[in-house]
Write a protein that binds this ligand. Structure first.
Ligand SMILES: *[C@@H]1O[C@H](CO)[C@@H](O)[C@H](O)[C@H]1NC(C)=O
Ligand SMILES: *[C@@H]1O[C@H](CO)[C@@H](O)[C@H](O)[C@H]1NC(C)=O
Ligand SMILES: *[C@@H]1O[C@H](CO)[C@@H](O)[C@H](O)[C@H]1NC(C)=O
Length: 456
């Protein structure tokens, strides 16, 4: 591939990345008079951060008002009695305005009666990742000065909520550190991994940085951090790879950032409140999928955390535990929510080998499966099915007993058992529904049963 004008290559997260400036423009947006838009750094990033603070208020969600050192922020419609939400973007490879930010601001203003301030540090965040990292302290100091101005107006520290994307999450951590953990809330959207995984608590986001710190992890094997950094850490679909994202490097830039940016899109979905994005504490994603974590008793005493603006994610517990890993499955598209169901199979008789059964939920247009394993000499096997529709919309359950691996001989194995399911969170047995009839299975033969669960 010949390299033309306007094309650059960068190292991002250890990968060589080709970018063409041709499709990078955001010029179609023509701001209204006196509204200020994000800057466009055109690769000319550097040590001059040129930070802009853009204030958005509910009265005009699409007009960013530039708040300068000298300006009277109250005359711009800033309301000190409302909460204040600060959005900090991350590394901008192309030096352009973040493509997600307009929608993010609109949705945030719709979801909360608050002052929303977007921090534009496009200049300091472009070029190579490591120079953006070098700018974090300087940026933190600059935002800290800005916040002090707000505090003078009577804004309380606990009403400040910082939402940081990628590197921006660690900028939030630095601010939280400057304010000795007294800020209200920090939300890290896939906090950056490179240069931060082994950083000190002062340098990176951690649970000590605000009264409530939460992080959404969507790319722990590449651009995101894999260690827990908040009170609650959501590992979405296990945290590494997201459904619907390309898995081949040939997909280029979209391959590189799809998993990472999913945290942003998921958070926007949570703000839109079209469906609950609830998560479950567990030792690992594997253990969660195996059905070992179906309530939120340990450590949340049954209050399961939810993505979105609800106070402390809905956790009613004092003091808050920290670095709690919580897990959820999502679909590949907005609004991403699934209904998690515990599915259980109870054998009538123990067997002297492991029993593997594929269980599938079918609703009118979607199917979702899980493989349940019943260890030898045991009676019970279980797992989690993640289905976009609630249980009452499931028409059929499909069962298939896996044949033994010796395929050259017909496997005549049959088993009899009982099937039960319950929607998560499972707090008592009241919501558990079992098929009234026994389930008879023969190896490799598909069997259907009706699931009749009334919608509440
Ligand atoms: C823009 O700002 C100027 C001076 O600061 C002011 O006179 C003018 O009315 C403003 N325009 C709008 C549309 O607010
Ligand atoms: C600030 O917000 C409060 C609460 O919504 C409201 O009662 C008050 O009128 C607002 N003040 C101004 C100046 O808009
Ligand atoms: C499946 O059907 C439901 C209800 O008819 C609909 O809301 C949903 O969008 C459909 N899902 C897909 C993936 O087509």
């Amino acid at each position: 591939m010949p390299r033309g004008l306007g094309e650059r290559c960068f190292w991002v997260g250890g990968l060589l990345l080709w970018l063409s400036a041709g499709n990078a423009g955001d010029a179609s947006l023509t701001p209204q008079p006196n509204c200020t838009d994000f800057q466009n750094a055109n690769f000319l990033g550097g040590t001059n951060l040129k930070v802009q603070f853009l204030l958005f208020t509910p009265s005009d969600p699409s007009c960013g008002q530039l708040v300068e050192e000298s300006s009277d922020i109250q005359s711009s419609g800033f309301n000190a009695t409302l909460g204040t939400k600060l959005i900090i973007h991350g590394f901008r490879a192309l030096g352009t305005k973040p493509s997600w930010i307009d929608k993010f601001i609109r949705t945030l203003l719709h979801a909360a009666d608050a002052n929303v301030i977007a921090v534009d540090w496009v200049y300091g965040s472009t070029g190579v990742y490591f120079s953006a990292v070098d700018n974090v302290v300087k940026l933190g100091l600059e935002i800290s000065r800005f916040l002090r101005k707000l505090l003078v107006l009577g804004v309380s520290k606990s009403s400040i909520h910082i939402i940081g994307v990628s590197l921006g999450a660690h900028v939030g951590g630095m601010l939280g550190h400057f304010y000795k953990g007294q800020l209200g809330r920090i939300t890290g959207l896939d906090p950056a991994g490179p240069e931060y995984t082994r950083a000190s608590l002062e340098e990176r986001l951690d649970a000590g940085d605000a009264l409530f710190v939460e992080a959404i992890h969507t790319d722990t094997d590449n651009l995101g951090i894999r260690i827990p950094v908040g009170h609650v850490d959501y590992f979405v679909n296990g945290g590494q790879d997201q459904p619907g994202c390309p898995t081949f490097i040939h997909a280029g830039y979209s391959y590189l950032i799809c998993d990472h940016m999913r945290a942003v899109h998921l958070y926007v979905s949570a703000l839109e409140k079209s469906c609950p994005l609830m998560a479950f504490p567990c030792a690992s994603y594997k253990a969660f999928l195996a059905g070992h974590c179906v309530d939120c008793f340990n450590p949340f005493l049954l209050s399961c955390p939810r993505l979105g603006l609800v106070e402390q994610g809905g956790i009613k517990l004092e003091p808050l535990p920290k670095e709690v890993r919580v897990y959820l499955v999502t679909t590949s598209k907005a609004p991403y929510c699934v209904h998690h169901s515990l599915v259980e199979f109870f054998l009538q008789k123990t067997r002297n080998k492991d029993t593997s059964i594929e269980v599938t939920f079918l609703s009118s247009n979607v199917t979702s499966s899980v493989k349940i394993t019943i260890p030898k000499q045991q009676l019970q096997g279980k797992g989690i099915i993640a289905h976009p529709n609630p249980q009452c919309q499931i028409n059929l359950v499909k069962f298939k007993l896996q044949a033994s691996t010796r395929v050259w001989r017909k496997d005549w194995t049959t088993i009899v058992g009982r099937f039960c399911t319950a929607p998560l969170p499972v707090h008592d047995t009241k919501k558990t529904v079992c098929l009234p009839e026994p389930v008879n299975l023969q190896a490799s033969v598909t069997v259907f049963h009706n699931l009749k669960i009334a919608c509440m």
